[in-house]
Design a binder for this molecule. Structure first.
Ligand SMILES: [Fe+2]
Ligand SMILES: [Fe+2]
Length: 318
C-alpha cells in the first residue's frame, strides 16, 4: 500500500508508525467477551425484542445480578423489589438497559481499578459513559426518528476510547511510560506520538481484529479528526462533539486535556446552529445529573453524588 492510501489517525502519521508493532500481543491477549459481543449485535439490530435482551442477560449470572441491583437503585424508586430481568427491563427501559448492560460487560472485562501511577481509571469509564449518553441525545436531536443512529452513537461513545482502555488495562508497563513522559512536562497526545502508542490507532487495530462494524472502526480512529473520515462523517462528528462536551462538563479523562475541535465543520456536518447547540447543552447537562448515579452503580455497585459542572462549556460556544 503506498503512503497516500494509508489510513491515518491524525493527518500526519500512518497507522503502523503510530503503533509500530509495540503491542505485539494486542490480538492474542485481548478478546471481546461473548456476552458483550451478543449485546453489541442486539444493540445494532433494528428489531431486537425484550425477550432476546432478557435471554442474553440471563445467560451471564454476574451481569444478571448487576442488572437486578441497578433496577433496585433509588433512581427508579420502585415500591416492590425487582428480582427478575423481565421486570428490570420494564423499570429501567429497554434502550437504557441495553447500553447499561453493555457498559457493565465492558467495565468488568477491562478492569481499570488497578492501574499504574495512582491514575484514576474509573474516570475513563465515566468519560465513556458520559460520551455515550451525550452522543445518543445528540443523535436524537439531529435526527429524532432515527433509532439506529442513536444506537450507533451510544455504542460509539462507549467504545471511542477503546485504545486507551486496552492500554491502561492490558499494557500497564506501556501506559506507565506514557505517564512518565507526561509527568516530565509532555502533553499526553505528544507522549503517545513519541512512544508510537496513539490510542486511536491501537483501538482501530483491535476493532478490526474483533470484526466490529466499520462505523465503529471509523469512530475509534477519527474521533479527534472527524474531517478525515470520508464515509462516516456524521456519526464520527457526533462522537467528536460529544467527546468535547463531556470533557468540558466535568467528565474528562484526566489525560487528553488539550482537546481541539473544528466546531464550524462539525455543526455544518450535523446541520446544527450554535443556538440549537446551546439549548442542547443545557438539556443534556440536566439529564446527566439524573443518570450519573446509574453510572456509579455500573462502575462500583454504589451511587455517588453527581459531578457535572458545565463550567467549561461556555468556551466552546463563545
Ligand atoms: Fe481520544
Ligand atoms: Fe474521549
Amino acid at each position: 500500500m503506498d503512503n497516500d492510501n494509508k489510513l491515518v489517525a491524525s493527518p500526519d502519521l500512518p497507522i503502523d508508525i503510530q503503533v509500530n508493532h509495540r503491542l505485539v500481543d494486542l490480538g492474542r491477549l485481548v478478546s471481546l467477551p461473548p456476552t458483550t459481543f451478543r449485546l453489541l449485535s442486539l444493540l445494532m439490530s433494528d428489531n431486537t425484542s425484550a425477550k432476546e435482551l432478557q435471554a442474553v442477560i440471563e445467560q451471564d449470572p454476574g451481569l444478571a445480578a448487576k442488572v437486578i441491583s441497578l433496577s433496585n437503585s433509588p433512581v427508579y424508586a420502585v415500591r416492590d423489589p425487582v428480582s427478575t430481568i423481565d421486570r428490570a427491563i420494564i423499570i429501567v427501559g429497554f434502550k437504557e438497559l441495553e447500553i447499561l448492560a453493555l457498559g457493565i460487560g465492558l467495565t468488568e472485562n477491562f478492569d481499570l481499578k488497578k492501574v499504574p501511577g495512582g491514575f484514576d481509571g474509573r474516570k475513563i469509564w465515566l468519560h465513556c459513559l458520559a460520551v455515550s449518553w451525550i452522543a445518543r441525545e445528540l443523535a436524537l436531536t439531529v435526527k429524532p426518528r432515527e433509532a439506529r443512529q442513536a444506537s450507533e452513537a451510544m455504542i460509539g461513545g462507549l467504545l471511542h476510547e477503546l485504545g486507551t482502555i486496552i492500554l491502561v488495562s492490558k499494557f500497564p508497563v506501556h501506559f506507565q511510560q506514557l505517564l512518565d513522559l507526561v509527568s516530565s512536562g509532555r502533553d499526553y497526545r505528544e507522549a503517545e506520538t513519541t512512544l508510537s502508542l496513539r490510542h486511536e490507532a491501537i483501538g482501530y487495530q483491535l476493532s478490526r481484529n474483533w470484526g466490529l462494524p466499520e462505523v465503529f472502526q471509523q469512530i475509534i480512529l477519527y474521533h479527534h479528526f472527524p474531517k478525515a473520515s470520508k464515509s462516516y462523517e456524521r456519526p464520527v462528528s457526533i462522537i467528536s462533539l460529544a467527546d468535547n462536551l463531556a470533557h468540558r462538563s466535568g467528565y474528562g479523562l484526566g489525560l487528553e486535556e488539550r482537546l481541539e475541535i473544528d466546531l464550524p465543520y462539525v455543526l455544518k456536518c450535523l446541520n446544527l446552529t450554535v443556538d440549537q447547540l446551546q439549548t442542547f447543552v443545557k438539556n443534556v447537562i440536566a439529564s446527566m445529573a439524573r443518570i450519573q448515579p446509574l453510572w456509579d452503580m455500573v462502575l462500583n455497585g454504589e451511587s455517588k453524588k453527581p459531578v457535572p459542572k458545565g463550567s467549561g462549556l461556555s468556551s466552546l460556544l463563545s
